[in-house]
Ligand binder design. Sequence first.
Ligand code: ADP
Ligand code: ADP
Length: 226
Amino acid sequence: EPAVTVSGVFKTYATRDGVVEAVRDVSFEVPHGHVVSMVGPSGCGKSTVLKMIAGLETYDRGTITVRGSDPAPGRRDCGIMMQSAVLLPWRTVRDNVMLPVEILGLDKSESAQRTQDLLELVGLQGFEKKFPWELSGGMQQRVSLARLLVFEPQLLLMDEPFAALDEMTRERLDLELVQLHERFQRTLIYVTHNIAEAVLISDTVIVMTARPGEIVDIVPIDLPRP
Ligand code: ADP
Ligand code: ADP
């Protein structure tokens, strides 16, 4: 069974100006351990699809299955990371990374060790006691990456996680993501409007078109990895 199955999903939003058809008849599967990117112009429904998989949006028709059950927010086996780091400003880097551990009630001493390891892995050793506002945008995204990995979700959902960063930082973080994937083999769905980025990091690229958001192509990528 695939990690994620999206089948015949339709989604509209009710707004003051009427109904917006965000996603029309979207179907795809993500096998366990694969990296799938969703690309397409702004407004084509990429974020909406990701939020529906995360259980953060409802859908009007169709079926979504996440590791054999219905989507739901706050699942232990599914983590989501957004475009800008939503870090708590009054907490240190270390305590921000530990947040899911507290929310999910995981073992604290084990998680403290893992937090330390992850902060090293994402290149933030020495920054444990800093506050978010003392860090650059790229470093804040590294903190969110560590926070995403700390509870070891099997399914990672990323919505343009590095889009707000300069190109060099983005490329470096993408390469680190590829290396992380080689090491941990978690399933990843990655939303971006950057086709080069999608091709660099994924096994499969799902191409969407705007208004209403529909899948126009699903392209297997077979490139040697950097
Ligand atoms: P993308 O991630 O590809 O930029 P989105 O999923 O954010 O696309 O949006 C798809 C469409 O749905 C757009 O037309 C957007 O304006 C609309 N939309 C997204 N979220 C909402 C919302 N909460 N309420 C109303 N319309 C929305
Ligand atoms: P993203 O960059 O992640 O695609 P946006 O910046 O377009 O998202 O939107 C930010 C937030 O506003 C999201 O939570 C989205 O659901 C919501 N949103 C997007 N478009 C609309 C809309 N037309 N009406 C109301 N909310 C919207």
